[in-house]
Design a protein around this ligand. Sequence first.
Ligand SMILES: Cc1ncc(COP(=O)(O)O)c(C=O)c1O
Length: 454
Amino acid sequence: MSSASAAALNRNQNLSSAVREAEERYIVANPESQRLAQLATQRLPGGNTRTTVHFSPFPLYMASGKGSKLTDVDGHSYVDFINEYTAGVFGHSNSVIAEAVRQALAGGINLGAPTKHERLLAEEIQRRFPAMELLRFCNSGTEANLLALATARATSSKPAVLIFDGAYHGSILYFSHGGSPLNMKFEWITSTFNDLAKAKADIAANAGKLAAVIVEPMQGGAGALPADPAFLKGLRAACDEHKVLLILDEVMTSRLDPGGVQHLMGVRPDIMTLGKYVGGGMTIGAFGGRAEIMARFDPGRPDAYPHGGTFNNNVVAMAAGHAALTSVLTTEAQGRMNALGDRLRARLNDLARKLDVPMQTTGIGSIFGIHFHVGPTRNAGDLDRGEHGREQAVADLKKLFHLDMLAAGQYISRRIMGNLSIETSDVEAESFCQAVEEFLVSRGDVVRAAFPQS
Ligand SMILES: Cc1ncc(COP(=O)(O)O)c(C=O)c1O
């Protein structure tokens, strides 16, 4: 169907009939994904072992990936704008990483001993993030944050941790909408992201029991909401004043600059965490920071913190990460990817303004979040207030957008967060913008109708 006739057809629809029609189209187009999803429900709850990749009526099952593209089990091709939820910085078939993995495996799959690989990767991580004066590896970003928090609590002999509403630090450290029932039972003090006055007051009021403040330099799970640099700098000063450790969770954001967002914004943490791409696409986490804190992990010390972990130094992640960070994610490649993301966000915001649709694109560099929202987007509270009373309409808009983008060959998440890889081309970024433009034209009336006051 031409875009003009699609637009004419869609103009008369209301939101719920548009969603119903888009969902029917999706089901008809993806019989094999549907079949596989149904089979999986007999083994896995809801057919799923990773909530992030689930969406209704059933998720797409992917068959393969190459460069910047994915192919699903029904044979459709997509430009990948999920990129393994920001871990897939390198695209899907980087030959340098594949060779590093092959060579590591040829030497034996995990040797139950230290190897040179962990030192080499640690060296490169330290070069990029000087705040990591000493570091340790683990297996995921969640684990890195748990260990960072446990380290802060043990070092300070204080129990509490200040977190920010909307934060995502891992599957059991999830603080949106009142937090997850699965969360670790630490003593959490909840403050407001990008509200320095409140955060300073919360730190001062709880200083006696506060081990650490943990913060993402850009809240990823909340929808790519960047911290104001003055907010991060103010947290640094308040932590210094009250002798509280500052933990930067750069699991997602460190890809936004060779030195992470801490380098972009000029804030040095006491402890920081990494994960996702630093293992070259393999399973990994890392935590580290000031030498006098991390030195307690030296097993030769009488007072050493014990920290085992069967796969902490697994050779595949160590070797792949080293090759990826030293030979693939060069300063030039990283700079190009992030500059392309900056242009993409600017273009989407221009389109929304020009077409008068209440949509905003937030983010930094190569990570973006798209919001059907009017007003400020400083934190999760702003978004929640914007949705108040029409939560269902906003959820339906996200679903409609998502299904339309999939139909247009753009693989993006249901919560409408996206990111680029070093393989994403200018042409692919432009094709994404064109698909969004088509959505804004054909569905503009439906979106505006969900915002009667705008
Ligand atoms: C900021 C942040 N911290 C921690 C995590 C958890 O990392 P993992 O999924 O590797 O456990 C994530 C994952 O998305 C994240 O975005």
